[in-house]
Design a protein around this ligand. Structure first.
Ligand code: ZN
Ligand code: ZN
Ligand code: ZN
Length: 524
């Protein structure tokens, strides 16, 4: 009988989260949706995206899953009494459903019910998954068995204590300070936004945009793995911030908000749904969620990175918040961390600044670090997972300060993020000032929509182009650091740095450089 010899699924090992406890078994009859991610056709290693984005047809032909691999997984599912919900060769995904008992046999793992200190319950597994030998190398990840929360929303609400001394801006004011291109509103573009919780109220959006004298953009909620637009919780601040920032900068664009559960499965499925969405066809996707690199399983990180690689290959720009907890990324293990997926080499990682203006020009801009007053600091540093990408070869990225690893430097770019120089937004009927690198990802996504409209084609995978343009199209940030825990590793300085990347944008200068055809060849 086939499928009897089992092997470990590489990179699937995980431990129970520290701040949670086991409270019992998962009911045996419970049915779970599992995502299996398959290798690319011919095991093709897609290393760096092509200079010219490929069409969806060419992508499916070259980089999708092999139908033979999918058929093998179907036979495996049948053998183990799992139901195939759908197969998507472009996304290289097979969705299966099965009972806890069947999944136990299929993947060699036990699931237990755990509870976090917040009271939230989730299915948890420890150790590694196993798969039949026939699937070794064919399946690169199995997601959805363990559904612990994986990401934090990277927004910071200005505290009442700090409010008196604070400045705040409407997003279009920040766009003007960054010299965003005139005569463009994102018409013809779709901006995708990934949300792992919360929701928006359409009436709040109407009120907000009309208060700014802007026609409200078209906003559509897209459901992924059962996630829905569900306003009423604290994550609404993230959702409303994202929609209000992109919507006020690019009100002519269509905005598609992909809602998914806050699990590694939900996060990855949301990205693949956005990137491969042939209906709405986003040219840019904004992500303001993430978690420290070492909180992910290797298999989930590999699958997520491959999804972002798909985006780059298809010419979809993905902007990602770099985090709001300085060089520790909020962990207390005495180590330096960068945030994932911002640390993916295929993400445009967005760091944060403190921005002061006078008479509509920038008076000063430094690294966002308000740790002393409890108002956060930009994420940034060097990856311990991803090697230095070729586009950063000349950027002067230091070795990771604790391990010496020659990793990817984070962030790539920056923008205003300090809550004390934050953004005026409307959340669940309340006027609020919010900052965080959560604001910078949509700020950059809005710019990309304007660039795409002006250029008449998507800028696509922007990182290699921006690094070859260099400082002339940025406001270089040279002052400050993102130390939040005495680790003292990374400071700003001339040129790229591990707090603010290349700097904050001069939008019109970027447009002019890209339309002159500068910006390099796009890879290597
Ligand atoms: Zn599915
Ligand atoms: Zn750690
Ligand atoms: Zn700099």
């Amino acid at each position: 009988m086939a499928f009897n010899n089992r092997v470990i699924l590489p990179g699937s090992e995980r431990q129970a989260p520290a701040d949670s406890q086991q409270i019992g078994p998962v009911p045996r009859h419970e049915t779970v949706l599992v995502t299996m991610i398959l290798r690319r056709k011919n095991g093709q290693p897609l290393v760096m995206p092509e200079t010219v984005p490929v069409s969806r047809e060419v992508f499916a032909e070259r980089y999708g899953a092999d139908p033979g691999d999918a058929a093998l997984v179907e036979r495996f599912a049948h053998e183990y009494h799992l139901t195939v919900a759908d197969i998507d060769l472009r996304k290289r995904q097979v969705h299966l459903t099965g009972t806890i008992a069947a999944l136990h046999k299929a993947f060699g793992t036990d699931l237990a019910l755990y509870q976090m200190h917040t009271g939230q319950q989730f299915r948890c597994r420890t150790g590694s998954l196993s798969i039949p030998k026939e699937l070794a190398g064919v399946v690169i990840a199995v997601l959805g068995l363990d559904n612990r929360p994986v990401a934090n929303a990277h927004f910071r609400v200005l505290s009442a204590a700090a409010a008196a001394a604070a400045t705040s801006y409407n997003p279009p004011q920040v766009a003007a300070l960054y010299n965003y291109p005139a005569g463009a509103d994102g018409t013809g573009q779709t901006i995708g936004i990934i949300e792992l919780g919360g929701g928006y109220n359409a009436s709040d959006l109407q009120t907000y945009f009309s208060g700014l004298g802007i026609n409200a953009p078209s906003v559509t909620a897209v459901s992924v793995d059962g996630g829905t637009n569900s306003p009423g919780g604290s994550a609404d601040a993230e959702v409303m911030l994202d929609v209000e920032v992109v919507g006020s900068i690019a009100p002519g664009a269509n905005i598609a908000v992909y809602f998914a559960p806050n699990t590694d499965q939900g996060f990855i499925d949301a990205i693949t749904n956005a990137v491969h969405d042939t209906t709405r066809n986003p040219s840019v996707v904004s992500i303001s969620w993430g978690g420290p690199e070492d909180s992910w399983t290797q298999q989930a990180q590999t699958a997520m990175n491959a999804a972002l690689q798909d985006a780059a290959t298809l010419g979809v720009t993905v902007t990602v918040a770099a985090g709001d907890n300085g060089s520790s990324d909020g962990e207390t293990d005495g180590k330096l961390h960068v945030d994932f997926p911002g640390s993916s080499p295929y993400a445009l990682a967005c760091g944060g600044t403190t921005l002061q203006a006078s008479s509509n020009t920038i008076a000063s801009e430094v690294v966002w670090n308000e740790v002393a007053s409890g108002e956060g600091a930009t994420g940034g540093g060097v990856s311990i997972v991803f090697p230095l990408p070729s586009y950063q070869n000349s950027a002067g990225v230091p070795a990771q300060a604790q391990t010496g690893y020659a990793g990817r430097g984070v962030p790539d770019v920056a923008g205003d993020a300090d809550p004390s120089t934050g953004y005026n937004v409307l959340v669940d009927g309340q006027n609020t000032v919010i900052g965080g690198t959560s604001a910078v990802a949509p700020l950059w996504a809005g710019l990309v929509a304007l660039l795409n409209q002006k250029l008449g084609k998507p800028v696509g995978f922007l990182n290699p182009k921006l690094y070859s343009l260099g400082e002339s199209v940025f406001q270089d940030i040279t002052s400050g650091n993102n130390d939040d825990s005495g680790l003292g590793a990374y400071s700003a300085g001339p040129g790229w740095d591990a707090c603010t990347g290349l700097g904050s944008p001069n939008g019109t200068a970027i447009l002019n450089a890209l339309s002159n055809g500068s910006g390099g060849t796009g890879s290597s």
